[in-house]
Design a protein around this ligand. Sequence first.
Ligand SMILES: Cc1cc2nc3c(=O)[nH]c(=O)nc-3n(C[C@H](O)[C@H](O)[C@H](O)COP(=O)(O)O)c2cc1C
Length: 368
Amino acid sequence: MTGLTTPYTLKSLSLRNRMVVSPMCQYSLQGGLTGDYHLVHLGRFALGGFGLVMVEATGITPTGRITYGCPGLWDDNHVAGLHRITSFLHAYGAAAGIQLAHAGRKASTLPPWLIGTSETEPHAETWRPVAPSPIPHSAASQTPQALTEAAMDDLIAAWAAAAGRADRAGFDMVEIHGAHGYLLHQFLSPVANQRTDRFGGSLENRIRFPLAVIAAIRAAWPAPKPLFLRISAEDGLPGGWTVDDAVIFCRRAGELGVDVVDVSAGGFDGATIRPAPGMFLANAARIRAECGVQTMAVGLMGDVAMADAALCDGKADLVALGRAALDDPNWALHAYRALGQESPQVWNRQSGYAIDRWPMRPAGGNAV
Ligand SMILES: Cc1cc2nc3c(=O)[nH]c(=O)nc-3n(C[C@H](O)[C@H](O)[C@H](O)COP(=O)(O)O)c2cc1C
């Protein structure tokens, strides 16, 4: 039976288990350059036994970043910092992934901890965001500039170039961010896309730009390396994108070479997505069954038995953890224990030795 601790192979990607750290923004950088913070933040999940550790939403252009503190891959000088991270992850048994993103009209915001405060940061910057249509994300957001076709072509090229840099940085997989109300999702959904050209209106038109991005990335990303796509399977808004639309899109994405769909939901202002354990699992199972792709389940999957059962029941191929991993970077190691499969080999040698064999000293004895 395939569960959380079953190794996973897909093309050249080889994972020691099916537990994945979901991409999570840290808003903690300058100029898109990763350094010590990210090495430690992400490295601890490799030591914590996860099979795949993913870098957060990474801007393919400076203006595609959610905030000025987000990482980037728009320039060759971003490669070295990320390479240091992938080398560490590999050295400690985890595969390395990165999410390539453009935030569209949700770009140019502040780190969440600064919103609503009078606090600022010396390197803070904002800019005018771009989007399919000049419709702001919320009452508090800037009105974006509508993209011209020439600007869209430039973005496609930037996405492909970022994928090439991700390869040079040593990543084993990339994920295209097509979810959470960011640029590609803005094209997909009639909520944000009111274009009257061949990129707006019908479903066929709305999926056109995201599919062009997928095709360009697939061409730039080495064929043996898997390509993941994160989607919001539904908007949770009246008149919005639905799971039926998502099924059609994912089929087409699969035909273009997407291997795994990472199934999330929501992202637009006012969306009604009720949080509950395994909340997106049914959509992951449907997309897996109907679209010829594998799926990654995410969304309050932190109950080990539930997450294990989701894989055993064939609803998904991988399980991604967000907040549960932040809360417990050793979540994957603890999952082995909870499933009765603990062995010294799953801990890194330094910790496994200490946990299994370090002599216990009586009180007042020699310090260990
Ligand atoms: C701090 C934080 C930052 C996040 N940043 C991203 C991101 O960069 N890209 C993304 O697709 N999702 C992002 N998410 C969503 C997570 O990847 C995940 O889908 C979500 O938290 C649900 O999983 P969970 O219930 O295990 O936390 C973020 C979530 C958190 C908590």
